[in-house]
Design a protein around this ligand. Sequence first.
Ligand code: ADP
Ligand code: MG
Length: 417
Amino acid sequence: DGVLLSELPRPCRMMLLVNPQSGKGQALILYNNHIQRMLNEAGVIHTLVITERQNHAREMVKEADLSQWDALVIMSGDGLLYEVINGLLERSDWEEAIRTPLGILPGGSGNALAASVHHYSGASPVSSEELLVSCGFLLCKGLVSRMDLVSIHLSSSPRLFSFLSLAWGFVADVDIESEKYRHVGAARFTVGTLVRLASLRVYKGKLAYLPATKQHNNQEGLRNNTTGHCNNQASSLTPAPVLCRPSRDSSCNNTFHNSCHSNNSLKVRRSESTPSRSATKAPAGPPDSLLVPLDQPLPANWVVVPEEDFVLMLAMYQSHLAEDLLAAPDAALNDGVIHLFYVRAGISRTALLRLFLAMEKGAHLATNCQHLVHTKVRALRLEPYSPKGIITVDGEVVEYGPLQAEVHGGLSRLITG
Ligand code: ADP
Ligand code: MG
């Protein structure tokens, strides 16, 4: 599905951004030991750029003369690529800039995209330095594919773009709490999962989504409001979207009704009942044609999840959540779909642990766990009820509160070999 687009030119001019602090702090050593010679032999002229601090890469790609580069390659965890993608989409020439081929070499502790690229190549699972060598070879082959991105609106921060995941609840908490186990590398997620299991809790909120169906693409889904099909078990039981329900917790100010939507979000006149393409254009990046502002009722063809008690919500657009977590086995680089998973409250610790163990081989969906729901969507909205908590985008913490997201199929380019 990662429709092959082109091949990198030879010789190829690559900017290689290395975060020396990523993972166990050995990215530069890994570069010297495994990557430098490989790239030279493949005729890849690369300029090493060592990042000095958070947002350094983001600022650099925002200002860079992109005509100098055939590719921007990240050697770090997923966090550095997240910066680069957002930097590219903040440019006034974003439409051109986001077509720059990107590459990923696993140098961090969260190397989910690298693991996904390796998985898409059809090779059997590997980890650590073997994964690095595999990704090095794929990079040298230089074949470029399209990659989906997801735009995410938070209540008051500017819109941001995501290439991997959006998490709330158990997974988000583990991701952030496990930062302190960074020195153990990719095993930090296993350690974090075990620690979090001991203090397993319920997360309350409202989740809604626009189902992805074969019948409609991004635009048709909007025009054809009454025929929005639902292809999951939950949706057939779902009542019409609850549009104006007061918050359960009076101390909570995170409801959709009173949330103040992002300055960057598309403004749709209040009298309009469906989203409109004529909405004011956001400063950079493509418009979100499926979303209405966060403080407005959901479009009629959206599905509201009946449960409001969750253990986790995880939206994935690539196969791997971590090197050894095949969370979305049927996800492809460019399928134009968000793979939405949620786990309902009531699951036992043992059952949840079993799910994560099965996820190493992508077998969690086959365990027939009654608490796990998987559905494919094009857009989603989440309204957490608790005033505090953690939400992560591509493994990075973002503003906590109501949010919504929409997939943009094939918006970026990735070197997949
Ligand atoms: P890891 O998987 O180990 O977390 P990431 O690529 O996710 O690796 O990087 C973690 C964070 O480190 C990112 O938010 C990035 O902005 C930041 N960063 C980049 N360069 C540096 C640096 N020189 N020192 C500290 N942090 C940095
Ligand atoms: Mg990270």
